[in-house]
Ligand binder design. Structure first.
Ligand SMILES: *Cc1c(COP(=O)(O)O)cnc(C)c1O
Length: 404
């Protein structure tokens, strides 16, 4: 028995928590379990739910069509909402400090829903700051969803706003350069236009963008929230008004999260603070060693910390990718194991080469997602892979850590 089944909105109505983040990570979305005699969250795989009261169902569907609030009483159909997924949404909203969160099949499905929600009110213009994740850049640039984008630097945001601007979008730290923005200043520049901050890299452990005034927080939950490289998901944390609109778009377009993925994400959140802090300690150590290494010309490690490092090598970056053995050469990030990739070839390949370079994504850049292995083992592997690159004559100046 699952009480969120009968009252899917009940956990959302709790007053703002005074519990610490580490406590919320373990308990949010599970507060009702002990009363039900359960320990692990139940996985509800139902696609549909029986009801002998079709008049009541009609009223609940009408209510959903009006506000997008989760239907009162038992669920209706999997595309309207799922109790296991709702647990993850409740927990993520607590961690980000928002009223609500709405989960999707992937990060890109989540961004799609945000763009459709804004375009449905006639506000189809987006102002965005590069770099963004390659496919987010592509979705905006290609205008696939009927949106139109103006790319600008943070100082140009206010001037780029138009009467039909429905959204400003940024990432900080950004994928893949780890460039950081002053979110408060960006919010100020946005005026009344809502800011969407992609918080995939920082996670709520290091940064909560709504505290700085962002109205929407996007995650590719495929990364740190899941944390084990085995769930694809996206989520938007925001106020209940926007959440209702996002649920309506999710219902109409179908980018729902599978309940098993919802379960795995809830489980992933329990260890999120521990994973992020341990991986960040490894990353800080590796960033220092890379910066002191003559084979490395530049290291980007964010001021707020985190488990991502971007660095440039003096020689051929493809040789580093080919040379790792413990580290996995693969796109994606945020897993318990360490991954490395070459953004110009993979994560940002879909972005036009000139746009990529202007955004600071050079052909020499490598992106390292540091995991939970022993830091000496990681360094031994990187050191060995860097040995294939060597030090070209004249490149023997020390690499430097830059605050991008
Ligand atoms: C991976 C990623 C996305 C896209 O998420 P998917 O889950 O792959 O659809 C969006 N933003 C950032 C910053 C990412 O790293």
């Amino acid at each position: 028995m699952d009480s969120t089944r009968a009252l899917p909105g009940s956990t959302r109505a709790l007053p703002a928590s005074t519990r610490a983040l580490a406590t919320e990570a373990v308990h949010a979305g599970r507060d009702d379990l002990a009363r039900q005699g359960l320990h692990a969250a139940p996985i509800d795989l139902s696609t549909t739910y029986p009801s002998y009261d079709s008049r009541g169902e009609a009223a609940r569907i009408d209510a959903f069509a009006t506000t997008g609030a989760e239907p009162e009483g038992p669920p209706v159909y999997g595309r309207l909402g799922n109790p296991t997924v709702a647990r993850f949404e409740t927990a993520l909203a607590r961690l980000e400090g928002t009223e609500s969160a709405v989960a999707f099949a992937s990060g890109m499905a989540a961004l799609t829903a945000v763009l459709l929600v804004r375009a449905s009110t006639g506000l189809r213009h987006v102002v965005a700051v590069r770099p963004l994740y390659g496919c987010s850049d592509h979705l905006l640039t290609a205008g696939l969803l009927g949106s139109e984008v103006t790319w600008t630097d943070p100082a140009g945001i206010t001037d780029a706003l138009r009467p039909d601007t429905g959204l400003v979008m940024v990432e900080s730290p950004a994928n893949p350069t780890l460039a950081e923005l002053d979110l408060r200043a960006v919010v100020h520049a946005c005026g009344s236009v809502p800011l969407l901050a992609d918080n995939t890299f920082a996670t709520p452990v290091l940064q909560r963008p709504v505290e700085q005034g962002a109205r929407l927080v996007l995650h590719s939950a495929t990364k740190y929230l899941g944390g084990h490289g085995d769930v694809m998901a996206g989520v938007v944390a925001c106020d209940e008004e926007l959440a209702g609109q996002l649920r309506q778009v999710r219902f109409a377009t179908g980018g729902v999260l599978h309940p098993l993925a919802g379960y795995l994400l809830l489980r992933g959140l329990a260890t999120l603070p521990v994973r992020v802090r341990a991986a960040s300690a490894n990353a800080a150590e590796l960033a220092g060693r890379l910066a002191a290494d003559p084979r490395v010309t530049r290291v980007h490690y964010p001021r707020i910390g985190g488990a991502m490092i971007a660095f440039e090598v003096a020689g051929d970056p493809h040789e580093v990718i080919a040379g790792v053995r413990l580290v996995t050469p693969a796109v994606s990030l945020g897993s318990v194991d360490t991954l490395i990739q070459h953004p110009a070839s993979i994560s940002h390949r879909i972005v036009d080469a000139d746009d990529r370079r202007t955004a600071g994504v050079s052909d020499r850049l490598l992106r390292l997602s540091v995991g939970l292995e022993d830091v000496e083992d990681l360094w031994a592997d990187l050191d060995n892979a860097l040995g294939r690159v060597g030090v070209p004559p004249g490149a023997r100046e020390l690499g430097r850590v830059s605050a991008p």
